[in-house]
Design a protein around this ligand. Sequence first.
Ligand code: ADP
Length: 713
Amino acid sequence: MLISISLIGCLASVIISIFIGISLAGTILNLITTAVLFLTFYISVIKKRKKAASYLISIAISTILFPLLFLTNGGIFSGMPIWLTFGLIFPWMILNGKSCYIMFAINITAALSCFVIQIFFPDLVLKPETNNLIVTISVDMAQVLIIVPFIIGTAIKYHNAAYEQQLIKNEIQEKKLFEAIKEADRANEAKTSYLASMSHEIRTPINAVLGMDEMIIRESRDENILSYAENIQSAGQSLLSVVNDVLDFSKIETGKLELIPSEYSVQQLMNDCWNMIIMRAEKKNLLLEIRNSPDLPSRLRGDEARVRQIIINLLTNGVKYTSAGSVIMTLSFRYTGKKEIMLRISVRDTGMGISPENQKNLFDSFRRIDEINNRNIEGTGLGLSITKQLTQMMNGTISVHSILGSGSEFIVEIPQEVVSEQPVGVFSENRRQATAEKPKYHERFQAPDARILVVDDVKLNTDVIKGLLKKTKVQIDTAYSGRECLGLVRKNAYNIIFMDHLMPEMDGIETLKIMQKIPDSPNSSTPVIALTANAMLGAREKYESSGFTDYLAKPIQGDQLEVMMLKYLPEALIKTNFDNTSDAPQDGLFTQSELPELDHAAGLEYCCGDEELYLRMLGMLELEPKLHQLESAFRDADWKTYERLCCSLKSTSMTIGAMRLADAAKQMEQNTHSGRLAEIRAMHSEFIAIGRGLKKAAGNYINSNTSSEGEKY
Ligand code: ADP
């Protein structure tokens, strides 16, 4: 733009100069200047090489041509001093940084030289060939006075307009950016709350699975079933840990993770870590060692659960990413204050190691490294990110030293308060001295006169609590909705009420609010404990402020449940001196079978000894529709369906101990499979008759083993 205006200005000036009769040399130079301006225009506008054009214009015009024009157009007796001034402004307008100052210095030297020549060698300056010098000079001055401010003014105007346009553009962009940030925030919040609610939804059924499984472990004597149940426990626990990771991650993301400091035993901490990792290490034939400075203070204060989480994350990774050798954790410390130490946790493994490039992204969330080689190793890519964030929340640091192919060492340093300076001793020796075998489950107390109410819309959950408290002999009522609960609390006095938070229609908080307003309620001072699978955002404060006495997080652990019961049951109802060492099976709820259709003992064995479950399975048998389907498949000669139905009947019958039907179904299945149609036709009616006989027997069982209120237990 500047060159275009200068070009126009220059052309105008050439014409006027010819008109006022400047020297021939001056006219030629004017034409050269115009040609150079054309060339600069070409380089800048057509070839888009602005920088080259800027140098060309500054050097050719301001440094060379303008001074020459000064000398040939009349020197100070012309408009050239103003052009020289214009030339001096040029570098400021078109060049940046150092080049601007250098070019300005060159231009000003050239301009000042013109005046030196004018003073000391005036003969070198060619005057216009005119009779009336004053008029000529005035005309020349006047044209420059018009042209130069016009060029500069237009340039400034153009700059202003461009600047204003840019401001408007910036404003629009800022608005867009702001909207985009808001949108991203909203999306992030939605993602976090989705993650939180998903984890909550998943935790609820895991609760039921793990609770039921614990009942199997407690009650079963069958080695096979015990080993299946233990497998369920370990798979369930690892599923739970993934869900917990996601939940923790979303809590950290939204700044809602609270640290809960408490006193803890360092030996216990190391023990827990050992117990949680040793099985995995042994499975991979790895040496797991926990070493410690023997003079480490034995009791510390900090968020034990989170410290444990950090250690477990590092140890789990150590085991996961090591195929041979060892994983060694070392706990050491240094005093940083009178009552404060810097606890140093080092976890070293002889595993695959991490390359220096990958170490940079190690702590990013959802980031798994070397995914192709690690595809068989399960993981979410959240462990280290959570570990780092937890460490930072505790004002600690985490670092890693690793050599690809040789192993890694993760070092965490966190400040902890000292509660007892007594040295903890050597972990491995302490462990050896401690009792090796974990005692089998025994109830802590019995309270046959205590009566509690469990409110949960999912029957499986109330069943879990019933199962977990079975040996305590506590009387348990159940309600499957807030409304049902309100009916029961009006009638009966309870010693404790366990209330699920999230229920359809009326949730736990609403139910509690209405309950508290019941006049002369027999439960006005009954402790109400919230059951929640959502241990998010300051759960304790939330439930306490809603009027709950306490809360229990799902999955409900038998131990925690008993501790909670002991805390809130009236002392007079609690019996702790009773014989709980007997491993003899409990009295059955069922009268012994006199019918050949049903083998009670076999059925119970398949139901893991859980009589209630057995009764429920009988109730859910739904034999009639299956028998109907079998009959119609037989009529239609649809042997494929017939075989499938026999197969399913075989397994359900076995589960409830209906061995006769199971045997018959198995035989019919084999017949169908081998295409022995004659046999099928001969045996079909008898097979169906056995089924009908069982249906009757099961019905009789259910009737004779349930009370008039529907439930005997
Ligand atoms: P993941 O659930 O995938 O284990 P982490 O956040 O715990 O997630 O770890 C992130 C990645 O860092 C892993 O996928 C793994 O590639 C790498 N990593 C972590 N610990 C180790 C280790 N001790 N040795 C080698 N690689 C490791």
